[in-house]
Design a protein around this ligand. Sequence first.
Ligand code: GUN
Length: 291
Amino acid sequence: MAKIISGKELSARLKAEMAAQVAAFPEKYGRVPHLAVILVGDDPASVSYVTGKAKASVEVGIRNTTIRRPETITETELLELIAGLNADPEVDGILVQLPLPKHIDTDRVIAAIDRSKDVDGFHPLNVAALWQKQPCTLPCTPKGILRMLWAAGVELEGRQAVVVGRSNIVGLPVSKLLLDANATVTMAHSRTSDLGAVTRQADILVVAVGRSKFIKGDMVREGAVVIDVGVNRDPETGRLCGDVDFAVVEPKASVITPVPGGVGPMTICCLMENTIECFLNRHEADAALKK
Ligand code: GUN
């Protein structure tokens, strides 16, 4: 029987701590942190993620403004919206929910966000800082995964970590964080030959491929720590499921994350942390200017 890391419980604890911290901000700083979330279109998964972010903001005491725009918004209009939020001194964090419609250049939109308000950690300067081990805003999902591994007492130093998936949002940055924690990291992906032979080497297996129940029992080493980043609809039951076939992998794993209630809540929790971090950094920068 694997130990199941509940992202739901861990995030609830961390959010309660943040709520206590934020409660002192009005007296200390005159206001609470403010997160602006832009949602383009009405993709149901994106609507659900944005709703989750608004709900978590309320729990933590962060002000949340969700700005909805139709699928037909032009890139110029979106860039103007971001410019307005960049210039607003009372906005501390800006998040543009991805994916964006095809006619919009996602890289240009991300680069347009003021780096100091980039709560996703996706801005090119934040990405560069991560890869150079400089102070930066860490992307939420990779940060949440590391928090879960720490909370479960998983030793990373010297161990074999295999990351399946190489996205900018998860695969690449989580590989870097595992490397920084002194794991030996292998990055596998859709073109990896004999993927099972690679994943079976893993002491720690992180899967972010977006394919229902993709990792089967015979792809996992006995006693492995398994982190499932996938959020998919099971084609058979219509219920949420991960990239890992939980029923057959859980008996082999020593530690595993569930879907739902695993990595997802931790991503949102780390977004709250990042919003507070951006708020505090901006206040410090302001204070330094006034000295
Ligand atoms: N879409 C899926 N995951 C994310 C995320 O972490 N941030 C943003 N902005 N969009 C996403």
